[in-house]
Design a protein around this ligand. Structure first.
Ligand code: IPE
Ligand code: IPE
Ligand code: MG
Length: 266
């Protein structure tokens, strides 16, 4: 009988990857933690804990594969509507994970950024976010964007307000507003749009994630719940991505990079 060897499984799938067409920016809606915990006869919190260890593996593996930016949805602006015990558990978990992992992330040359409105968090937690960004800001190899209290609509409203203010103060004229200016005010202005969006747990929706930035991302949805997502599942997503024909509205396949440099909409 042949024994199951997960390492071999990863090697098999790795062979199918085109190393020259690795998505540079992957966004992930890490969904299904609660259901995983409950399905196991445990609590939703168990699912969140397991979700953190999965994220650690996926960060390491993404970096190894040559992905440059990983943007993960950790807490949405709508997640505050959950029972307060769950919200508090998640906030404590953020703090625990930051205390435990930030030095290791830094040792692995990973830059960590928090994307979202951080103002509703406690001063203590906000300071942890800032500290983590400061400790890792010089790292260049790989960026982990953690979307915390992030909402795509709220982000677009924030940009609209800033543009309105600039127009009123005379800094810009309304007619000068174009995609480039709009984009420069997004929370993700330092990054190219995601090439690939992965959503776990089978839900076929965006749930207010990166509404502007996902305009032309390839979407990969898997039924696997986030706590069961592993290196092999990431390879499957990338292989699927590499089979896509990215046309960006044209008729020929183009890379995101070349599209950006060839088109400029006013
Ligand atoms: C995703 O898992 C993590 C967060 C939203 C914080 P969920 O907690 O949404 O798990 P399900 O979707 O209820 O199973
Ligand atoms: C999206 O998952 C948010 C995060 C993964 C942090 P949700 O579980 O909140 O989304 P819905 O409620 O299924 O749309
Ligand atoms: Mg969910």
């Amino acid at each position: 009988m042949k024994l199951k060897n997960p390492t071999n499984k990863i090697t098999d799938l790795s062979l199918k990857i085109d190393k020259l067409r690795i998505p540079q920016h992957i966004a992930v809606i890490m969904d299904g933690n609660g259901r995983w915990g409950v399905n196991k006869g445990l609590s939703r919190s168990h699912g969140h804990n397991k979700g953190v260890s999965v994220l650690k593996n996926i960060i390491k593996f993404s970096k190894k594969l040559g992905i440059k930016v990983l943007t993960v949805y950790a807490f949405s602006t709508e997640n505050w509507t959950r029972p307060s015990e769950e919200v508090n558990f998640l906030l404590n978990l953020f703090e625990k994970v930051l205390n435990k992992e930030i030095n290791e992330l830094n040792n692995e040359f990973i830059k960590v950024k928090f994307i979202g409105d951080l103002s509703p968090f406690s001063e203590n937690l906000r300071n942890k976010f800032i500290e983590a960004e400061n400790i890792t800001h010089h790292n260049e190899q790989f960026t982990l964007n953690v979307c915390t209290n992030y909402g795509g609509r709220q982000e677009l409203v924030k940009v609209a307000k800033e543009l309105a203010r600039k127009s009123i103060s005379g800094e810009i004229k309304p007619d000068q507003i174009n995609e480039e200016m709009f984009e420069s005010l997004l929370l993700t202005s330092d990054f190219q749009d995601p090439d690939l969006l992965i959503r776990t747990s089978g839900e076929k929706r965006i749930s207010n994630f990166l509404l502007w930035q996902l305009a032309y991302s390839e979407i990969y949805i898997t039924d696997v719940l986030w706590p069961e997502f592993d290196e092999n599942e990431l390879l499957k997503a990338i292989i699927d991505y590499q089979s896509r024909n990215r046309r960006f509205g044209g008729i020929k396949s183009v890379s995101n990079q070349s599209l950006k440099s060839s088109l400029s909409f006013g």
